[in-house]
Design a protein around this ligand. Structure first.
Ligand code: IPE
Ligand code: IPE
Ligand code: MG
Length: 228
């Protein structure tokens, strides 16, 4: 891949469509989630090659608990395996892991695996991979507002400083796959001036070339931030 000239530092993706991908193939939804993890691997590698400093991936929302228990367990199992099996991959690609959302409320074994992975990747520098786990933007905003209030100041700067993404570059581009055109409680504050990109491609089919296409699109957009 060529040197980046798209200008984006931080891209976020709502990885949607695993279930429909499986359904099209007459496979159980689990097969779609498994294929979705494969897509994550490829896209994380591409993110570094495309010069992105940060990528935030929506893996499990605070509303996804509404799904059947079996599916929730499948998703948590895949998550655990991903975090453990990809530690070498993160090291090889200089990826620093970050987790956003209310992940400390997850099962103790998941929390322990996450803590270990955060520590093991803390020295990596090329790309930050933020995985949104048990994440909801409204929950994040309540937590940020509470922290800001406890510190004695509620202002835009103070709330921004207490968001889960406070140490990341501003969000440039938000992608959603699978044809749905909604944010589903993802990065509501951070999206204020992000460019939005919706594609019909189902997440397991999303390839580095599709990320490149989204970035090409981004590069052609005129970001005015309310000015001229
Ligand atoms: C996205 O795929 C993965 C998660 C939400 C965890 P879905 O499971 O939402 O797939 P569809 O939307 O049913 O196709
Ligand atoms: C959003 O997808 C959450 C993730 C991709 C993790 P959903 O499939 O849960 O969103 P809705 O229910 O279609 O809004
Ligand atoms: Mg969905």
């Amino acid at each position: 891949m060529t040197a980046p000239n798209h200008g984006a530092r931080h891209v976020a993706i709502i990885m949607d469509g695993n279930g429909r991908w499986a359904k099209k193939r007459l496979l159980p939804r689990f097969a779609g989630h498994k294929a979705g993890v494969e897509a994550v691997r490829t896209i994380v590698r591409a993110a570094g090659d495309l010069g992105l400093e940060a990528m935030t991936l929506y893996a499990f929302s605070s509303e996804n608990w509404k799904r059947p228990e079996d599916e929730v367990n499948d998703l948590m199992g895949l998550m655990k395996r991903f975090i453990v099996s990809d530690l070498d991959e993160f090291a090889a690609n200089d990826v620093k892991l970050k987790v956003i959302g209310n992940w400390r409320a997850l099962a103790p074994d998941v929390v322990a695996l996450i803590e270990n992975a955060l520590e093991r990747t803390s020295g990596n520098k090329r790309t930050t991979l933020a995985v949104a786990l048990n994440y909801g933007a409204q929950d994040e905003l309540v937590r940020a507002a509470q922290a800001a209030a406890a510190a004695g100041e509620i202002s835009e700067a103070a709330i921004a400083a207490h968001l889960d993404t406070a140490d990341m570059p501003p969000l440039d581009l938000l992608i959603r796959t699978s044809g749905e055109v909604r944010l589903s409680n993802f990065l509501l504050w951070q999206s204020a001036y992000a460019e939005l990109y919706f594609t019909d491609i189902l997440w397991p089919d999303f390839k580095p070339a599709d990320l490149q296409a989204a970035l090409d699109h981004f590069a052609r957009r005129d970001r005015r931030y309310g000015g001229l």
